[in-house]
Design a binder for this molecule. Structure first.
Ligand SMILES: [Zn+2]
Length: 373
């Protein structure tokens, strides 16, 4: 999602990115409006797109700022033709089921709330300045009246997002409410099922009314719900796997007193890309094959001690994979040493993780089949 978007500045310290398909939409509006009507209409068409664009940004900022207040920083806001997406960095947040559901509701409601607030305030201002302004004349949202579009566009955006159709905001509220009584995966699955019903309804109604926007929204909603469900299942697997089940126990270590050339020589004979650096029984650092090569290239031969990374996290073997993922991403590392009573008993590296996860899944499946047979 990120790779197809271009940066468009920052607001409140949050990166705003525009998805390329959104730019196609602008070009589409411009060409269709300027081909059929006069130039003024084309400009008004772009003005309407600008209003929608601004309202979507405000909506997403609502989510992002409330999330930040609750300790989850936003990585970026991405604008798509069907709305926006706020990418939250949940890697630092410690999951606490007793509080998460309230937090999720706050974050979900903040977006629609901003839109309804903007609609209310702008309607009040318009009526104060021009009491006879045709606020209720149809069409409510159209490029021929941009002020009316600002008010009603925000009303629609707010109400539409409050529909309990996961992964829309109303659906997220529903999921958070379910999660009080059941585990996160089942709560997500329930919300996803309701989301699917709405998605199919949108597509059917859209086709009956030849409203292709509605069909498209239904389609994206369906796919979005599916993806969310998969990521919830993935999260729960990470939560249930303990490090001792996936760690490498047969691994090479380096000594801080090794020269880089010696280290490279050892690295050649193993598949490992990352090495714990051990003095006696103490872990003193970590180093990667790439780091060894870089140091050799830049400074010539030296000692591992000088090139190794001294900042690292250790995990105990009972810790879950989810918690060690948080540690990996917090320090941008690719190796986690696993210790048992201060002793190094294994390592988990990003490189081997996918491989060992696949093997673990197979062995769990075989064991289950063995029980059933
Ligand atoms: Zn939203």
């Amino acid at each position: 999602m990120r790779s197809w978007s271009i940066p468009a500045g920052r607001l409140f310290g949050i990166e705003i990115r525009i998805h390329l398909t959104f730019l196609f939409l602008l070009v589409f509006i411009w060409t269709t409006e300027s081909a059929t009507q006069d130039m003024a209409a084309a400009w008004r068409g772009l003005g309407l797109a600008g209003i929608v664009f601004g309202s979507v940004i405000l909506h997403e900022l609502g989510h992002a700022l409330v999330a930040r207040r609750d300790g989850i920083p936003a990585k970026a806001i991405i604008l798509l033709p069907i709305g926006g997406v706020t990418l939250l960095d949940e890697s630092q947040a410690i999951p606490d089921p007793a509080k998460t559901w309230k937090r999720d509701i706050h974050v979900a409601i903040a977006g629609p709330f901003v839109n309804l607030f903007v609609a209310g305030i702008s309607a009040l201002i318009v009526l104060a300045v021009a009491p006879h302004f045709p606020l209720w004349t149809k069409p409510l949202v159209h490029s021929s009246n941009l002020v009316r579009s600002l008010v009603w566009g925000n009303v629609y955006l707010g109400l539409f997002n409050l529909l309990p159709a996961y992964p829309m905001d109303g659906g997220r509220v529903l999921r958070a409410l379910y999660s009080r009584q059941m585990d996160p995966v089942r709560a997500t699955q329930r919300a996803v099922r309701i989301g699917h019903v709405f998605a199919i309804l949108f597509m059917m109604v859209g086709m009956l009314m030849s409203n292709w926007w509605l069909v498209m929204i239904g389609f994206f909603l369906f796919v979005g719900a599916q993806l969310e469900e998969r990521s919830a299942v993935f999260q729960s697997v990470l939560q249930s796997v303990r490090l001792e089940e996936v760690m490498l126990t047969d691994f090479a270590t380096l000594s801080p007193a090794d020269t880089l050339e010696d280290a490279l020589d050892k690295a050649v004979h193993t598949l490992q890309d990352d090495f714990p650096v051990v003095r006696g029984t103490d872990m003193v650092g970590v180093i990667s094959k790439q780091k060894i090569l870089d140091a050799l290239r830049v400074n010539g031969n030296g000692y591992v001690q000088a090139a190794m990374n001294r900042i690292f996290d250790v995990s105990s073997k009972q810790e879950s994979l989810a918690s060690s993922f948080r540690k990996l991403s917090a320090h941008n590392l690719s190796i986690i040493p696993v210790v048992d009573e201060q002793r190094l008993v294994g390592i988990v590296t990003l490189q081997n993780l996918m491989h060992s996860m696949a093997l673990l899944a197979e062995s769990r499946k075989l064991r289950r089949e063995g029980l059933e047979a």
